[in-house]
Design a protein around this ligand. Sequence first.
Ligand code: GCU
Length: 433
Amino acid sequence: MKRTCCSSRHVAALTLAAAAACLPALSQEAIYDEARIPAYTLPDALTMADGRKVASAGEWRAERRPELVRLFETHIYGRAPQPTTPVTAEVFEQSEDALGGKARRRQVAVYLTGRRDGPRVDVLIYLPRQARGPVPAFLGLNFAGNQAVNADPAIRLSESWMRESRGENVLNNRATEASRGSSSSRWPVEMILARGYALVTAYYGDIDPDFDDGFRNGIHPWFYTGKQTGPAPDEWGSIAAWAWGLSRILDVIETSNDGLGIDAKRVAVIGHSRLGKTALWAGAVDERFALVISNDSGCGGAALNRRRFGESVRRINTSFPHWFCDNYLQYNDNEDALPVDQHELIALMAPRPVYVASAEEDRWADPKGEFLSAKLAGPVYALFGYEGLPAEEMPAVNHPVAGRIGYHIRTGKHDVTDYDWTQYLGFADRQMK
Ligand code: GCU
């Protein structure tokens, strides 16, 4: 959920630079020409804020990694609280014979604060029917409710608030029956199951509705202390809240008796677009995620801030002021002042495998900036003895490259396709099985 960024109370609390950044002037057009990108110098992932060089995996783990997490929290995503009470979960529906005999299905109500009067996330799980023992899984939030992931009529229809931009499938901000299966091209469930993986998904709006209400709904208010009415400038925005929700779902997998049939040590977190930004942040703060996949995550995700190509920091902060913490506003048209850039976010996955994917027509998300982040995380992987991304130049379209870091740019637009999933499954087979 979101707040109004230019309320007078809010502006009074901001520095001059941030207040200027709040002005609605969005006249600046996006840069789509490499020649117009201003010269920039990226921060070095292996240099500490005090100038010391990081020379070993041990120093990275003990010093630089925590420092970078703090910097990303303070300046971009906001710090999320530690859960005060354990999450609780209740399987409310299951079948041993779903999807025409190909799957076992579980639907689980997850109470994020452990309380029934707190936010409830409905988690949909498909397991391969024939699997013996716990299986590896892909966990990803969805945009339009679990019922949109597959036409399976047994999936509980979302009752949560939903953006209206999805045409007839959403009426009065609620999903309709017509939405069943409407996102199925992005979730090739049968392909995932046939490869021996489970799919775990939930609607992101169950954690925090994606609109501007001043952070009164969703998970945030459950953690306000004293007279607090909204997150402080360095506290969690919506992306950090969605990522926090992903960790709570992993808690459930980890703590349920039989792990719900899933091996908690082999859970890949995946997301598209704003939920790709979310998957990256979840993987950065929660090292239990064994593999991390960013599909077309763009600005605030895998793309380098300093390139300013396509969507810029000012633009994203103006269109979606609730996604990041308020401190990020200070970097509108001021990217060079950021103490971090997104290659260091990718480096936070090390030594775990990470995959970054772009689409040729998705210039808004800056495919080259996404590639460069993946590539430039390499030196941190090298500390652990891994080859990062084995490519000097951006690979040709539909020519995936992968070491411990994977990357592809495919033909087509901003979307998740079978081509993307084919690469993710192959990468997961090689890195996680
Ligand atoms: C907008 C936004 C992007 C975001 C995308 C999405 O295009 O500008 O940053 O990734 O929405 O989440 O669909």
